[in-house]
Design a binder for this molecule. Sequence first.
Ligand code: CMP
Length: 140
Amino acid sequence: MAIERTLSIIKPDATKRNLTGAINARFEESGLAIVAQKRLHLTRAQAEAFYAVHAQRSFYGELCAYMCSGPVVVQVLQGESAVTRHREILGATNPANAAPKTIRKDFGVSVQENSAHGSDSPTEAQREISFFFAQTEIVG
Ligand code: CMP
């Protein structure tokens, strides 16, 4: 087992319902440390670049509009197998399919408004972390 870092985004549906603290508590209770964090209002260009991997998907335009619809909290989480652990705590992409007691089950509204994002691999985590953070902003 290795100590990893992963990129997390608390999405507009969650920030507008004041759920940042509740979601952060889930991360910290499960042993993930928040080693960097900032609240941003994404531009359309930032959302399109961040989600470029989904550019061919039918939901891409709607997803980018939604991610710019309110504040997000971007953060770096650190811990044992952080990429996998974080995705377990989040639950399935669609809240309707998410396991009980996961963040998306408890807080998600729809497959798009699913409260939080997590990197899906260590390689993708590196790209996503450097998209938002300089190394000097991450304090482990
Ligand atoms: P996320 O983990 O941020 O990765 C891509 C996002 O696209 C996903 O969470 C959802 O917010 C969104 N998404 C995935 N599938 C769909 C879908 N079928 N319809 C609308 N949005 C989707």
